[in-house]
Design a protein around this ligand. Structure first.
Ligand code: GAL
Length: 640
C-alpha cells in the first residue's frame, strides 16, 4: 500500500550526523549546506543510543534542536529510523537478539547490523522506537521524508542461523506446505533418506556434511527475504499512522540477498547508496586493466544499471541516498576521484530520473570506523573538493529542475530469486546471475540505448520492442502470458525457465516456451580460458547448452550446432556469450525491431531524458563524439 506523494523536482541532499558535532556548529553547517544549494539532509539513522540512552529514557532535546536548526535554514529533513544500530543496553536486555552466522557463531556487538530479523523481542523494540520517533516528528513540517533502517543486507546480514530464525522458518514452512508429506514431495526428500515426519524436525541447512538439499536452501532464502519484507513493513505501517511524508529505504549495490521489489512495494520510493570507486575495486570482479583505467571514475555502467534497477524497485520514484564524494574507507584500495566525478555521478543519476542525489557525508568524521572516509568537508571543516562540484550541480539543477527520464525501447528482466537459484546451484563456479544480467546491460548501453529494468512478474511488455530475459530460473505466469502476446523480439536464456518453483528440472525439458520448438538437451560449464567459437565471430564462455528442435537456428558454433533458436517473436539463447557475440546479437535484434543504435566510444555513455541528451565521459582523457569534445570526467548536456 502506498501513499500518493506530489511529484518532486531534481534536488541535492547530504547525509549529516549532528550527534557527531558540537551543537554550536550546527547552524553554520546548515547555512553552508543551504548556500551550496542542498535541499535535503538525512539524519538520525544510527542515533538510537543518543535518542534513548537508557531503556525508556528518551533524550529528544538535541534532535528537536537539530531538526529545527536545519529547517530554519530552509532545509528538508529525511529522518532515518535507527534500527540498524541497536544500542548496547538493548543487547544486554535481549542477549539472544544477535544474528548467527553459517558456522553457528553469534555476531558480536561493536559495529552495526548485529540484529536478527526473526527475533520477535527485537521487533517489538523496533516498533517501540519507531513509534516514539514517528509520534514526535510525524507532523513536524521539516521532516519531509523517512528512511527505514539502513541498508538491509549490508555486511552479509540477511541469512541467520539462530534459534529465532529456525523457529520462524518452521512456521513459514508449515504455512507454505501444510503437511510434511507435501514438503517431502516438493523438496524430493526421498533422495538420501531426507524425509521428515513433522515440521519441528526440520533444521536450518547449515553445518550439513556436504551440500544441503537445494530446495531446502531456496526456501530458507525465500523465508529470509520475507522476514526483511515484514520487518520493513512493521516500520512503514507505524510511520504512516503519524506522517504523510514519503518513506524510502536505502538499498545497496550488488546486494541481492532479499527481494527488493517486495520490500519496495511497501515504500513510496526506492533509493540506493552509490560508491562507484569502492564498487569497481571491491565488488565488480572486473579485469585488472579495466580497474586501472577506471580507478578514479568508476565503471561506466555499474551506476547506470543500479539506477535503472532502483527506478523499477521504486515504481518510477527513486533517489541516490548516499553518493561517494571522495575516497571511501572500505574497499581494498581507495582512490581519489578524478576532478569532476562528484558532478558526473550526480548527473548520471539525474539522467536516469533520480529525484535526489544525496552525498555521503557532510563532514569527514575524525573518529571511529569511518575516519578515513571523505565528506564534502574535511574534518577541519574546510571544503573538500566535492563541495564545489556539488555546488555546481545545484546551480545546473536550478536550470533543469524537472525529474524524469525518457521512455526506453528495450527492457531487461531482473529477478532476485534467480540470483539465489544460481548461487545455490551454479553448476559452473563462475555462473553468477548478477554478472550475466549486467553483461547484457553493458552490451545494450554500449549501443547508446535507454534501458528499463522489469520485475519478473511483469505482465505487460507492449511498451518495448526488445526484451531480454537472461537466466530467469522460473518464468512467472504473467510474464509467460505477456510473452505470448509480445510483438517485438524477446531473447530468453541461457538457463531461462530451467527450474520449477520447487527447484527441480521441469519435464518437458526447458525452456518449454509455447510456439518455440527448442529443447535444452544437456548443459555444460566451461572453466576460464576455454571457449566455443561461433560461426559469425565471438564465442561462448562459462556456460553452454546443447539445443535440439525444429526452430530456426539464429546463431551457430563453428561446427554448425545451434546456439540461439527463433520462432516468431521468441529467441532462446543457449550460452553465455562473450562481449563480441553478445553485441552482435543485440545489434541485429535492434536492427530487426527498428531500435536505433549508436556505437558508443569506450567509456563514453549516453542517456536521454524527455528533453535532454546527456553524455558522460568516464574516461581519464577527453573524447570527441558527434562533433563535441567532452573533457575527462566531463558531462555534456544538450536539448534533444
Ligand atoms: C554505506 C552506509 C553508510 C556508510 C557508507 C560508507 O554502506 O550506509 O552508513 O557506512 O557506506 O561508504
Amino acid at each position: 500500500m502506498t501513499t500518493a506523494s506530489p511529484p518532486l523536482t531534481r534536488a541535492l541532499g547530504v547525509c549529516y550526523y549532528p550527534e557527531h558535532w558540537p551543537q554550536e556548529i550546527w547552524a553554520e553547517d546548515a547555512a553552508r549546506m543551504a548556500e551550496a544549494g542542498i535541499t535535503w539532509v538525512r539524519i538520525g539513522e544510527f542515533a538510537w543510543s543518543r535518542i534513548e540512552p537508557a531503556p525508556g529514557r528518551f533524550d529528544w532535546d538535541w534532535l528537536d534542536t537539530a531538526i529545527e536548526t536545519l529547517g530554519a535554514a530552509g532545509l528538508k529533513v529525511v529522518l532515518g529510523t535507527p534500527t540498524a544500530t541497536p544500542p548496547r543496553w538493548l543487547a544486554t536486555k535481549l542477549p539472544d537478539m544477535f544474528a548467527v552466522d553459517a558456522e553457528g557463531r553469534p555476531r558480536g556487538f561493536g559495529s552495526r547490523r548485529h540484529y536478527d530479523f526473526s527475533h520477535r523481542g527485537f521487533r517489538a523494540e523496533c516498533a517501540r522506537i519507531v513509534t516514539a520517533l514517528a509520534t514526535r516528528y510525524g507532523a513536524n513540517p521539516h521532516v519531509a521524508a523517512w528512511q527505514t533502517d539502513n541498508e538491509y543486507g549490508c555486511h552479509d546480514t540477511i541469512l541467520s542461523y539462530s534459534p529465532a530464525a529456525l523457529s520462524a522458518f518452521r512456521d513459514w514452512l508449515a504455512q507454505k506446505y501444510q503437511s510434511p508429506e507435501a514438503l517431502n514431495r516438493a523438496w524430493g526428500n526421498v533422495f538420501w533418506s531426507m524425509d521428515y515426519s513433522g515440521f519441528d524436525e526440520i533444521g536450518l541447512p547449515n553445518l550439513t556434511v556436504t551440500e544441503a538439499n537445494p530446495s531446502h536452501v531456496m526456501d530458507l532464502r525465500r523465508f529470509a527475504s520475507d522476514e526483511v519484507v515484514s520487518f520493513n513493513r512493521l516500520q512503514v505501517e507505524i510511520i504512516r499512522r503519524h506522517s504523510a511524508a514519503p518513506i524510502l529505504h536505502n538499498y545497496m549495490g550488488r546486494v541481492v540477498d532479499f527481494d527488493h521489489f517486495k520490500v519496495g512495494a511497501d515504500l513510496d520510493a526506492a533509493s540506493w547508496d552509490s560508491y562507484p570507486l569502492g564498487f569497481l575495486i571491491g565488488r565488480l570482479g572486473a579485469s585488472e586493466a579495466h580497474k586501472a583505467r577506471f580507478l578514479r571514475q568508476g565503471d561506466p555502467d555499474n551506476q547506470a544499471f543500479h539506477h535503472d534497477l532502483y527506478r523499477a524497485v521504486g515504481r518510477g520514484r527513486w533517489w541516490v541516498m548516499e553518493q561517494q564524494p571522495g575516497p571511501v574507507n572500505w574497499a581494498p584500495w581507495n582512490a581519489d576521484p578524478l576532478p569532476g566525478m562528484a558532478r558526473l555521478w550526480a548527473w548520471e543519476a539525474f539522467a536516469h530520473g533520480a529525484e535526489t542525489v544525496s552525498y555521503f557525508r557532510w563532514r569527514q568524521a575524525p573518529f571511529a570506523q569511518e575516519q578515513m572516509h571523505a565528506g564534502l568537508l574535511r574534518p577541519d571543516s574546510a571544503a573538500a573538493p566535492a563541495l564545489a562540484e556539488a555546488t555546481q550541480v545545484a546551480r545546473e539543477l536550478a536550470l533543469e529542475p524537472e525529474a524524469g527520464t525518457a521512455a526506453a525501447p528495450v527492457a531487461l528482466v531482473f529477478d532476485y530469486e534467480s540470483a539465489w537459484a544460481w548461487k545455490i546451484q551454479p553448476q559452473g563456479q563462475d555462473f553468477d546471475y548478477f554478472d550475466l544480467v549486467t553483461s547484457t546491460y553493458r552490451g545494450l548501453r554500449a549501443l547508446g540505448l535507454n534501458i528499463d529494468i522489469l520485475p519478473p512478474d511483469t505482465g505487460d511488455l507492449s511498451a518495448y520492442r526488445l526484451v531480454l530475459v537472461p537466466g530467469l530460473a522460473t518464468l512467472s505466469a504473467p510474464l509467460t502470458a505477456a510473452l505470448a502476446r509480445f510483438q517485438g523480439r524477446a531473447i530468453l536464456g541461457p538457463r531461462t525457465n530451467a527450474k520449477t518453483e520447487d527447484f527441480a528440472i521441469p519435464v518437458p525439458l526447458p525452456p518449454a516456451l509455447p510456439g518455440l520448438d527448442c529443447t535444452v538437451a544437456r548443459v555444460e560449464s566451461l572453466p576460464p580460458g576455454t571457449e566455443i567459437p561461433l560461426s559469425g565471430g565471438g564465442a561462448i564462455q562459462r556456460w553452454h547448452e546443447v539445443l535440439e528442435g525444429s526452430a530456426e537456428a539464429r546463431l551457430t558454433t563453428t561446427t554448425g550446432a545451434p546456439v540461439a533458436m527463433t520462432a516468431g517473436p521468441l529467441t532462446y539463447l543457449g550460452g553465455w556469450l562473450d562481449e563480441t557475440a553478445l553485441k552482435d546479437l543485440l545489434r541485429a535484434a535492434c536492427a530487426e525491431t527498428g531500435v536505433e543504435t549508436t556505437e558508443m566510444p569506450e567509456g563514453l555513455r549516453r542517456r536521454d531524458t524527455s528533453r535532454l541528451r546527456i553524455l558522460l565521459n568516464y574516461n581519464p582523457e577527453p573524447v570527441t563524439f558527434d562533433g563535441v569534445t567532452i573533457p575527462a570526467a566531463g558531462v555534456h548536456i544538450s536539448p534533444l
